[in-house]
Design a protein around this ligand. Structure first.
Ligand code: SAM
Ligand code: DTB
Ligand code: SF4
Length: 326
């Protein structure tokens, strides 16, 4: 049964279960609801990089921090489609385009992004975008262009949010997520651990996600990638056990959701990643770069898939099953 009425206390109890019991329970839920061993492979591309006016304390692309990330204008559609074709050839079934924008504006750049969405969709990949805040009309336009998912992270608890970002509010985030839902686009929404938050903040974020009227179809769990020049540059490295705990708890709370082992894999061994898959992670970002930071190569990941007996999930699987197509 999928529940949307989890209480903070229940989530706290799950999160605080002794680790091996927690993994065992999460692995059981995963087996019950999903095809285990199947992992969605997504490729990210930064289509507009750097120069962002926001002050997200973790972000290499915020203009106000000296991180060495240069500003690059919006890419050309043809160039983006070339990347998408390469990602598809390498085995990705989802292609996510990211822009260092505070919000979408109704201008030529947005029209170009809509064209990119149409192009990637026509290639038979699930298209995802992460472009900052959206209004209802913009969400609708993206949906009409064939957008499959929109990524917009809550990042942390509503209580801790203000410590990390001051240029927008938690409610702004929730409003955009509502607009995405209303437009019929699937929701990709998760967070980051390692921002200096407490366990209670993590539990609260999971509570917000798992009590949404409809769970996000995908929940990325990112480990902070520490970026020199940002206020969080000297935070301690995220402990893999914390990643495993977050993933396992998310899996138990949201059984059908794709839980993505997102940023942080470059610093994890195969054994550590295997534990995350065991705990219910069933999606990754593949390809040498996330948006601006390193990620394992396709070759390394192919080797890991072979070693662990994992296989990539096909595109639009859920939709095909619903339509009765094998
Ligand atoms: N500008 C848009 C926005 O903020 O919604 C879209 C792009 S933004 C880079 C997408 C997400 O990347 C952020 O919400 C955050 O969760 C994640 N992210 C950014 N920098 C990160 C870092 N250093 N470590 C881990 N995750 C990070
Ligand atoms: C998400 O949750 N993680 C991705 C994607 N959604 C857009 C981004 C991670 C970014 C890590 C830092 C960088 O590469 O710039
Ligand atoms: Fe800008 Fe997004 Fe980075 Fe925040 S996370 S600074 S909004 S690119």
């Amino acid at each position: 049964m999928i529940r949307n009425d989890w209480t903070i206390e229940e989530i706290q109890d799950i999160y605080n279960t002794p680790l091996l019991d927690l993994i065992y329970r999460a692995a059981g839920v995963h087996r019950q609801y999903n095809e285990t061993g199947e992992v969605q492979v997504c490729t990210l591309l930064s289509i507009k990089t750097g120069g962002c006016p926001e002050d997200c304390a973790y972000c290499p692309q915020a203009a106000r921090y000296n991180t060495g990330v240069g500003v690059q204008a919006l890419m050309k559609k043809e160039e983006v489609l070339e990347y998408a074709a390469k990602a598809k050839a390498a085995g990705s079934t989802r292609f996510c385009m990211g822009a260092a924008w505070r919000e979408v504006r109704d201008n030529k750049d947005f029209d170009r992004v809509l064209d990119m969405v149409r192009g990637v969709n026509e290639m038979g990949m699930e298209v995802c975008c992460t472009l900052g805040m959206l209004n209802e009309d913009q969400a609708k336009k993206l949906a009409d262009a064939g957008l499959h998912a929109y990524n917009h992270n809550l990042d942390t608890s509503s209580e801790y949010y203000g410590e990390i970002i001051s240029t927008r509010t938690y409610n702004d985030r929730l409003t955009t997520l509502d607009n995405v839902r209303k437009a019929g686009v699937t929701v990709c929404c998760g967070g980051i651990i390692g921002l200096g938050e407490t366990h209670s903040d993590r539990i609260k974020m999971l509570h917000t996600l798992s009590t949404m009227a409809q769970h996000p179809e995908s929940v990325p769990i990112n480990a902070l990638v520490r970026i020199a020049g940002t206020p969080l540059a000297n935070n301690p490295k995220v402990d893999t056990w914390d990643m495993v705990r977050m993933i396992a708890t998310a899996r138990i709370l949201m059984p059908r959701t794709m839980v993505r082992l997102s940023a942080g894999r470059a610093e994890m061994s195969q054994a550590e990643q295997a534990l995350c898959f065991m705990a219910g992670a069933n999606s990754i970002f593949a390809g040498e770069k996330l948006l601006t930071t390193p990620n394992p190569s396709f070759e390394e990941d192919n080797m890991m898939f072979e070693l662990l007996g994992l296989k990539p999930r096909e595109a639009f699987k859920e939709e095909k099953e619903l339509a009765g197509i094998q």
